[in-house]
Design a protein around this ligand. Structure first.
Ligand code: ZN
Length: 334
């Protein structure tokens, strides 16, 4: 990968990151194809800058079927007054833009999952080229990174803001303070079980303060979760001193996701019955979901049991599951 660091990114930005004021433009990624010989992918970007100061990098649409982030960020780009800003706010509301346009988690061009594509490649697939641009052009500019996620079409989450448990405790503490400022109903300390290739990991390895969310899901959004996203992003910017004004702090409940025991997976295909709703308490050994065989009658359902006590923070969303699907996620009340 280091050889690639010498090769320039093919992405051209139409905005100047060092110019004061509001700029709405594009990251233009050349993508030659059947319907557009010298065509490009045009990823919307907004830069709002007012003098020197810290830089926040705000992203939604890392996965293309998650909507709270894009809803909050397109609006922030349209409404944030540069006079209230100290420093720079970079907004990319739909990071994996081809996936966002298709309403799918991964890119329809190359099936790339943006959050498994880091550090990316300047000579790779479209998704890898976007990841490489973030890795080498955008992340190095940022002090603070907020990346919005929701459950997408296949999961539904209790709305929470989260940061990772990190080896550098000072960095971890700064991230948890930003999570607290976000003021989602729930705040989560996450231990990542599969961190390789994640945008999160790329930002954290550069020493950035990295904050993420899971704000609902099902491939849509709700009034409540969009409201949480809009208040949360402003709160994080105020907390960082980038936007003026006081943090609108509301009570948040801290949860821990300490190990792989939080997650349960289906071992059979079938129809899922949720036995516990989001936010409800769960005791270790409780049946949190049942998978009913649908090929014939008379078969006992597969029972999915919680491996630890806590509350249900995520569940499979569609009514049908396949073996290997994540069915339930439990977090510990901190
Ligand atoms: Zn996501």
């Amino acid at each position: 990968m280091s050889a690639n660091s010498l090769r320039p990114s093919p992405i051209v930005s139409t905005v100047d990151f060092d110019r004061d004021g509001v700029q709405h433009g594009f990251l233009r990624l050349p993508y030659s194809r059947d319907d557009s010989a010298w065509g490009s992918v045009m990823i919307p970007i907004c830069v709002i800058r007012n003098g020197s100061g810290p830089t926040a990098l705000l992203t939604g649409g890392n996965h293309g079927d998650e909507y709270e982030g894009p809803l909050a960020l397109y609006e922030l780009a349209r409404t944030l007054d540069p006079r209230s800003v100290t420093g720079t706010v970079i907004i990319v509301p739909a990071m994996n833009y081809p996936a966002f346009r298709a309403g799918t988690r991964t890119s329809p061009i190359d099936k790339g999952n943006m959050n498994r594509a880091f550090p990316g490649r300047p000579d790779g697939t479209v998704t890898e080229k976007i990841a490489d641009y973030f890795q080498r052009a955008l992340l190095p500019r940022a002090d603070l990174v907020l990346d919005f996620h929701s459950g997408g079409r296949t999961l539904d989450f209790l709305p929470f803001c989260a940061a990772h448990i990190l080896p550098d405790k000072k960095q971890e503490q700064a991230a948890f303070a930003a999570v607290e400022a976000f003021s989602a109903p729930f705040s989560v300390k996450m231990l990542e079980i599969d961190a390789v290739g994640m945008y999160d990991t790329a930002a954290e390895e550069m020493g950035k303060v990295f904050v993420t969310t899971e704000l609902g899901g099902g491939g849509t959004s709700r009034a409540e979760t969009v409201r949480i996203a809009r208040v949360g992003v402003l709160n994080v910017l105020r907390h960082a001193g980038i936007v003026s004004g006081a943090v609108e702090k509301t009570r948040t409940r801290w949860l821990d996701m300490p190990s792989g025991d939080c997650f349960s997976f289906a071992e059979e295909d079938g129809m899922i019955e949720t036995m516990v709703d989001l936010g409800e308490p769960v005791a270790q050994g409780d049946v949190v979901a049942r998978i009913h065989a649908i090929g014939r009658t008379g078969i006992a359902p597969q029972e999915i049991r919680a491996k630890m006590s806590g509350i249900l923070v995520a569940r499979h969303f569609p009514g049908l599951v396949k073996a290997g699907d994540c069915t339930s996620v439990v977090a510990l009340e901190a």
